[in-house]
Design a protein around this ligand. Structure first.
Ligand SMILES: NC(=O)c1ccc[n+]([C@@H]2O[C@H](COP(=O)([O-])OP(=O)(O)OC[C@H]3O[C@@H](n4cnc5c(N)ncnc54)[C@H](OP(=O)(O)O)[C@@H]3O)[C@@H](O)[C@H]2O)c1
Length: 243
């Protein structure tokens, strides 16, 4: 059976690893036929990724859009429903962070984090969940963070938006449980991705890698539909960095 899977922020980091792991899961199990909808704002990241996913046997298409653009989200969801008739999985992964002391956060930093992490994530989830409710099946993943329940000195507004995502996870789960839709909150600590910019060797040695997160996420999706992994929490083995 085909599985229509939207991955936001698929161009880099954790989202890219999730796309590749879904494609590899098809190689391990040809019965599992993912149709990967790879979303980000940068076509140059998505096109080569789509080629890699297709070479592993998955179907893949790219959708170049800003998830904070609500009209663009609407066009994407409607076009998927028109062509495939269903959406099986949404991985809400796209997210942004400005990591600065609280006094240095600007209005622009605040607006961007709020628009992508909160507004974009909420409205895309709302649109997709409507169809999942009707299907009485589906899986919503949220890549929140350990910062969704714990403060860090340079993560004031980022943490606000991640706590808010956790609020959305818990709210939508109440509805999802009544209609067979699975909801998984994925909470990683520090993962080595472009989000961190330049990273020195000492940090690099202790950080997790994107595939440490993506493989268990795909395994959670592949469990029988009767079972949901509600939370996945990942930390570097020595504990959180930058406390
Ligand atoms: N890395 C970590 O240590 C860590 C830890 C905990 C949680 N997380 C969370 O995990 C998620 C992924 O993080 P990451 O580290 O993989 O980030 P990343 O390396 O910066 O990659 C983020 C991806 O999201 C896309 N994106 C950003 N804003 C977007 C928007 N408005 N619309 C569409 N796509 C957008 C980016 O592409 P474009 O810029 O081209 O659009 C990029 O492909 C985020 O939600 C982050 O908060 C990360």
């Amino acid at each position: 059976m085909q599985h229509v899977i939207i991955i936001t922020g698929a161009g880099k980091g954790i989202g890219r690893a999730i796309a590749l792991d879904f494609a590899n899961a098809h190689q391990r199990n040809p019965q599992f036929r993912p149709v990967l909808i790879l979303v980000s704002r940068t076509a140059a990241d998505l096109e080569p990724l789509a080629v890699l996913c297709r070479s592993a046997g998955a179907e893949a298409e790219t959708a170049v859009l800003d998830i904070a653009d609500i009209a663009a989200q609407e066009r994407l969801v409607e076009s998927l429903i028109e062509r495939y008739g269903r959406i099986d999985c949404l991985v809400n992964n796209a997210g942004v962070g400005s990591f600065k002391p609280i006094g240095d956060i600007t209005e622009k930093d605040y607006d961007l984090m709020a628009a992508v992490n909160m507004k974009g994530t909420f409205f895309l989830t709302q649109k997709v969940f409507r169809h999942m409710q009707h299907q009485r099946a589906g899986h919503l993943f949220f890549i929140t963070s350990v910062a969704a329940e714990k403060a860090f000195p340079s993560s004031s507004v980022y943490s606000m938006t991640k706590f808010a995502q956790k609020g959305l996870v818990e709210g939508i789960r109440l509805h999802a449980r009544t209609c067979g839709v699975r909801v998984t909150n994925v909470m990683p600590g520090a993962v080595l991705t472009p989000m961190w910019g330049e990273v020195d060797d000492a940090m690099r040695k202790v950080m997790m890698l994107p595939e440490d997160i993506s493989r268990p996420l795909v395994d959670a999706y592949l469990l029988p539909a009767r079972t949901v992994v509600e939370e996945l929490v990942f930390r570097p083995v020595g504990g959180d960095i930058n406390e």
